[in-house]
Design a protein around this ligand. Structure first.
Ligand code: HEM
Length: 419
């Protein structure tokens, strides 16, 4: 492929979906065309879009690109980040090494598969409690509010030490942050409320320490689950810890909840796949990876900004230009996955990149996997006749949110006959 500055007029990010489970059809032609394409951003700037698996992974592994949110354009009308904003402190998803590395080192031991193992029985208990409550309530129920949302919410609250009773407030604020096209004042009001809430919690942890993660970070506990000395609060101010707590709380809530709900919806629309999961429980690890690949809920991709003039995917990118890696497109790339548009829960989708790639690859991925590996099979086992309670076109889709999924999922089932 020759290097080009691709003179074609910049086009907006493809957003129109023909099917609730497939990414916008326009990506297929862009992948076919190969290389980077010109992208127009809502702020009037132009940048680049990468759609192939090989190119997106290359982008995310390349340290000539920065994650600094204050310098990038967003591909959609999403929440703005003001330069010099102190309330971005600690939000390491938008930092570059070595600053980013400092946070990641501090937290990673808490989020390894090994470090999280002790949580498994509690996750199973939370799942069973919610299924039992659903059964008691009887059909129909909204699977989002009765199952998909409360499970990751309760898990992350317990892990961090955030009072679950406060969820109505912080979920409302988080929804404002993640909804597209909100008025700027509303976004900042919600973000400030979330910040003040977390700041208060950090103060409280100093006065009344507990065993959960936030308290142990605040109080400089050296005994993270990975072993002595593996985590310390050394060097983090309370403001930075507030930003860390806020990021973990929002990221831990919204993502897995949407995978549980949208994944269930996909399984209900592909009954042969849910049958496969019921009949062969051993496929669960692959099934979860495949659902992550097939649905790729971080729907508008990952944004980076070039630190210098460089070439990638056949394009000359200038320093300061924003490049978007379309995860949803990369995960449907036929050059990487056989029959990419087919959901097959028995396949091993190997290097699917729904959790991103490179130094920012999702910190919470093992936690999310544990919740999904526990949640889907328990739901399918408990309700063998689970089905939609409304016609499919009445399931409201999250086209308007940074994280894709369903707003509601009304489901029903046959009650067991009384003995
Ligand atoms: C980063 C997806 C669950 C915490 C990321 C990134 C993606 C992602 C794509 C990379 C962002 C980038 O490169 O700019 C997902 C999906 C999830 C999920 C699909 C569920 C199915 C979670 C959970 C947590 C979490 C449960 C809770 C702790 C984070 C954090 C980062 C991150 C802290 C930033 C990591 C860094 O910058 O080093 N996630 N996530 N995520 N995720 Fe997740």
């Amino acid at each position: 492929m020759s290097v080009t500055s691709r003179a074609a007029a910049p086009a907006p990010l493809p957003r129109h979906r023909d099917c609730p489970f497939d990414p916008p059809g326009a990506y297929a032609a862009l992948r076919e065309d190969g290389g980077a394409s010109r992208l127009a951003f809502p702020d009037g700037k132009a940048g680049w879009l990468l759609t192939r698996h090989e190119d997106v992974t290359r982008l995310l592994a390349d340290d000539r690109f920065s994650s600094d949110r204050r310098r990038t354009s967003s591909p959609v009308h999403a929440f703005p980040v003001r330069p010099g904003d102190r309330r971005m402190l600690g939000s390491f998803i938008g930092m570059d090494p070595p600053e980013h590395t400092r946070y990641r080192r501090l937290l990673s031991k808490w989020f390894t598969a090994r470090g999280l193992r002790g949580l498994q029985p509690r996750i199973a208990e939370i799942v069973e409690d919610h299924l039992a409550a659903m059964e008691r309530a009887g059909p129909p129920v909204d699977l989002v509010t009765s199952f998909a949302q409360p499970i990751p919410s309760l898990v992350i609250c317990e892990l961090l030490g955030v009072p679950y009773e406060d969820r109505a407030d912080f979920q409302r604020w988080a929804t404002v942050l993640l909804r597209l096209g909100q008025r700027e004042e509303e976004v900042y009001a919600a973000r400030d409320a979330l910040w003040d809430y977390m700041r208060g919690l950090i103060d409280a942890k100093r006065q009344r320490p507990d065993e959960a993660l936030l308290s142990r970070l605040v109080n400089g506990d050296h005994d993270a689950p990975g072993g002595p000395g593996s985590a310390t609060a050394a060097g983090l101010t309370d403001e930075e810890l507030t930003g860390v707590g806020l990021l973990l709380l929002v990221a831990g809530h919204e993502t897995t909840a949407n995978m549980l709900a949208l994944g269930t919806y996909a399984l209900l629309r592909h009954p042969e796949q849910s049958r496969g999961m019921r009949e062969r429980p051993e496929v669960i690890d692959h099934a979860v990876e495949e659902l992550l690949r097939y649905l790729t809920i971080v729907q508008f991709g990952i944004v980076r900004v070039a630190r210098e003039d460089l070439e990638i995917a056949g394009a000359r990118v200038r320093a300061g230009e924003t490049v978007v890696g379309a995860l949803a497109s990369a995960n449907r790339d036929a050059a990487r996955f056989a029959a990419p548009d087919t959901l097959d829960v028995t396949r091993d989708p190997g290097d699917q990149i729904a959790f991103g790639h490179g130094v920012h690859q999702c910190l919470g991925q093992h936690l999310a996997r544990m919740e999904m590996r526990t949640g889907y099979p328990a739901l399918l086992r408990r309700f063998p006749t689970l089905r939609l309670a409304v016609p499919p076109d009445e399931v409201p889709l999250r086209h308007d949110m940074l994280i894709y999924g369903v707003h509601r999922l009304p489901v029903t089932w046959d009650r067991a006959a009384a003995p």
